[in-house]
Design a protein around this ligand. Structure first.
Ligand code: GDP
Length: 195
């Protein structure tokens, strides 16, 4: 699959299905894991999704329409989790937003769960993984910021991720928005989810 066009549609604090009943692929992960950069990299755009949004900023569900001319779908950027300074109220609000999305979205085909290749998955990452499993949502893991480690060290870093998230190697894609590592493979996986 190639992404030929991408358009920001809307931001919302509470999910409401968009007017077009298109398939959706959602992105989730810790704040700062590089979700926005990943969306920009996939779409070949530099400023479609806002990179480096200041922590503490209102977290929203962002909807992007992809390939509207032919075989269109929505890419959905879900609010990041794991803010160091998030208070209880904010965490509860995040949970309500996520539950609202996964409950109301009937067109969801799969989720891209981004984690940082350099770190063992955090408790939040494990919880996200368990949540997707409990809802029976197909997902793929992106091990992001792969440019930060050498190619030769990749397997060493991937092993604890595979173990913690209980996934097979084919379910984890080392990815980098900096050098576009993994872009083609992720596009292939998205295509599979959509068909
Ligand atoms: P988000 O909060 O998950 O949307 O993360 P952003 O896309 O805003 O990225 C957070 C920070 O990580 C920014 O400073 C990015 O430049 C940086 N970043 C994102 N992706 C990569 C990557 O693949 N490699 C490297 N080295 N840095 C990245």
């Amino acid at each position: 699959m190639e992404i030929r066009s991408s358009r920001f549609v809307t931001s919302m604090s509470e999910y409401r299905p968009p007017e077009a009943d298109l398939s959706q692929i959602a992105m989730c992960g810790r704040s700062n894991v590089g979700k926005s950069s990943l969306i920009n990299c996939l779409c070949g755009r530099s400023k479609l999704a806002k990179v480096g949004a200041a922590p503490g900023k209102t977290r929203l569900i962002n909807l992007f329409a992809i390939n509207e001319e032919s075989r269109p779908f929505y890419l959905v950027d879900l609010p990041g989790y794991g803010f160091a300074r998030a208070d209880k109220k904010e965490i509860a609000r995040w949970g309500t937003m996520m539950d609202g999305y996964f409950t109301a979205c009937k067109a969801l085909r799969g989720v891209v769960h981004a984690v940082d290749i350099r770190h063992e998955p955090t408790a939040d990452d494990l919880q996200m993984n368990a949540y997707l499993r409990s809802r029976g949502i197909p997902f793929i893991v992106v091990a992001n910021k792969a440019d930060k480690i050498s190619r030769g060290a990749r397997m060493k870093y991937l092993a604890p991720i595979l173990r913690a998230l209980q996934v097979q190697p084919w379910q984890v894609i080392p990815f980098s928005s900096e050098d576009r590592t993994g872009r083609e493979e992720l596009l292939l996986q998205l295509e599979k989810m959509l068909t």
